[in-house]
Design a protein around this ligand. Structure first.
Ligand code: HEM
Length: 194
């Protein structure tokens, strides 16, 4: 009965398929939110007729990311994880752990700063309430909007670091760390497997 999600007594070679699915879905959604923010929203003047539609997509997408991230966090706590694969460099292992937790905090901070900006500037009503009011000329005077921009840069840098680390494990260290975040048989591992 308790075997359905939490199986600490068995060691597994991959993460739970729901966790794997959420990982890759969130990767796509977060990169899309960053790309829309940087390449579409930021350069778009508030007088552009399409801006409200893009903001609607970006803001709703950000909320979906938050919900999926929370679900992912719970699934991670409740499911069996593969044994930790430490490298020969303890400092790198500590960095990896910090980066993984930093993702949760950063995504949360992105959503909070985005939401605060939307509420204090009143664009939440313009975007979702169809009031017909014009968007403010610029949002850069709001500290939460400035923080949203800096946090986005930090998030993009962490994603780059995360991808480089995954490539290092796959092609330099040649271990199975990346495969653990893939679909497939999740058989019981032997203590020596990497
Ligand atoms: C993980 C979630 C999110 C990511 C990765 C993200 C990313 C971004 C990026 C990269 C920018 C442009 C930053 C710049 O050039 O300085 C931006 C702008 C913005 N985002 Fe987000 N965002 C997220 C969630 C949200 C949420 C939940 C809201 C509101 C509910 C929101 C509201 C805004 C607003 C209002 C702007 C400013 C648009 C403008 O200045 O014209 N964002 N976002």
């Amino acid at each position: 009965m308790t075997q359905t999600l939490h199986t600490p007594e068995r060691s597994v070679t991959r993460y739970h398929p729901l966790l794997v699915a959420l990982h890759w879905l969130l990767a796509v959604l977060i990169i899309a939110a960053l790309a829309v923010g940087y390449f579409v929203l930021a350069p778009m003047p508030s007088t552009d007729a399409d801006k409200i539609g893009v903001l609607k997509l970006h803001m709703a997408g950000g909320m979906v990311i938050l919900v999926l991230m929370l679900v992912r966090f719970v699934v991670r706590l409740c499911t069996a994880k593969p044994q930790s694969l430490n490298t020969a460099k303890p400092a790198l292992d500590r960095l990896a752990a910090v980066v993984h937790y930093a993702f949760y905090l950063l995504v949360l901070a992105m959503v909070v700063t985005g939401l605060v900006t939307a509420v204090v500037s009143g664009i939440n009503l313009i975007v979702f309430g169809d009031t017909g009011a014009p968007l403010p000329a610029s949002l850069t005077g709001y500290p939460s909007r400035v923080a949203h921009g800096y946090l986005a840069a930090l998030l993009a840098a962490l994603i780059a670091l995360h991808v480089l680390a995954a490539l290092y494990h796959r092609f330099v260290a040649k271990n199975k760390r990346l495969a653990r975040m893939g679909f497939g048989r999740r058989q019981t591992s032997t203590p020596s497997s990497t």
